[in-house]
Design a binder for this molecule. Structure first.
Ligand SMILES: NC(=[NH2+])NCCC[C@H](N)C(=O)O
Length: 303
């Protein structure tokens, strides 16, 4: 397989889509690794496997409608394998294995059938000191945008998944790219104050537009860099509640086609006004685990 990913929006050819099958029983609070799952468990609203399978089937259908080759992970018993995004990622022709949260380590083996099709010389395994998850990594042409948390209390945050070592690692691995990091706001307890990954508060769409949530960023100048880079007229700024609902986590099939959640009324109407084709699907049950459409995918080949 010839991998090729240069950005977030070029025409998608092949992707891994996670699976909600055998997602396991409702987790114990102490086994959760994001505050939104905890909130839903406490409220008795944690999503049912059947509902999540239906949502992911709907996503699969849209991808296939656009002739995208869709790989699925091998189903592992009682393992949450919905968020394929985080277990590895592709930049240019390289597949980088994530050093993911130890709670999620089993998820990696499930895509061995894909991994084995990749030229061994293009498989990258970062050293153990590099903490990195695909949700924090966004190739954007000459840039690689990376969400990080570098506070001294990093180890206290199960919601902090990517460290500065990861930024240095990517800088060395891609000497021709500009690696730009963004400090993200973390909370283990309040999902409205937690940018779990960079794609929970930012995502480029189309050729030159972006969805953005200011409060997800800890450093004002870093947020401002994105506003200046895309231009304020090309930015769709989302509210705290919209970030909580994961509006920045839609998914691009191409520069003109996006998959979005059916409830994202304000965002979807903005996207249509900008000329996008918006494929709306229900995905709010998956959203209760603090991940959405981008998080469920691991793009392998874009044009
Ligand atoms: N790329 C993402 N934003 N992924 C979301 C992952 C959500 C999952 N509950 C976790 O905490 O790991």
């Amino acid at each position: 397989m010839e991998l090729h990913i240069r950005n977030e929006t070029s025409r998608l050819k092949a992707v891994v889509l996670g699976t909600a099958e055998s997602n396991g029983p409702v987790p114990k609070i102490e086994d959760c690794y994001d505050p939104k799952s905890i909130e839903n468990i406490l409220a008795g609203t944690y999503p049912l496997e059947d509902d999540m399978i239906k949502e992911m089937d709907g996503f699969d259908r849209v991808l296939k409608k656009y002739d995208v080759q869709v790989f699925r992970p091998k189903v592992m018993k009682d393992v949450n394998q919905i968020f394929a995004r985080d277990i590895g990622f592709v930049i240019e022709d390289k597949f980088i294995r994530s050093n993911i949260l130890p709670n999620r380590i089993n998820e990696l083996d499930a895509i061995n059938h894909v991994y084995e099709q990749i030229d061994p010389g293009k498989r990258i395994i970062p050293p153990a000191s590099v903490h990195i998850e695909g949700g924090d990594v966004m190739p954007w042409n000459d840039y690689i945008f990376v969400g990080v948390y570098s506070g001294k209390d990093y180890a206290d945050f199960i919601t902090a998944r990517t460290n500065m070592e990861a930024v240095h690692f990517l800088t060395k691995l891609f000497p021709d790219k500009r690696v730009k990091s963004f400090e993200l706001r973390k909370s283990n307890t309040n999902p409205r104050e937690n940018a779990l990954h960079l794609d929970c508060c930012f995502q480029p769409v189309g050729k030159n537009k972006a969805i953005l949530h200011k409060n997800g960023f800890l450093v004002e100048e870093e947020y401002q860099f994105l506003v200046d880079y895309f231009g304020v007229e090309n930015i769709f700024e989302i509210s705290k509640d919209e970030m909580y609902d994961m509006n920045s986590n839609i998914f691009s099939i191409s520069e003109s086609v996006v998959v979005s959640e059916v409830g994202f009324k304000r965002l979807n109407s903005w996207l249509r006004k900008q000329g996008f084709t918006v494929e709306e699907i229900p995905y709010a049950e998956i959203g209760k685990q603090e991940g959405l459409l981008r998080c469920s995918t691991l793009p392998l080949i874009r044009e």
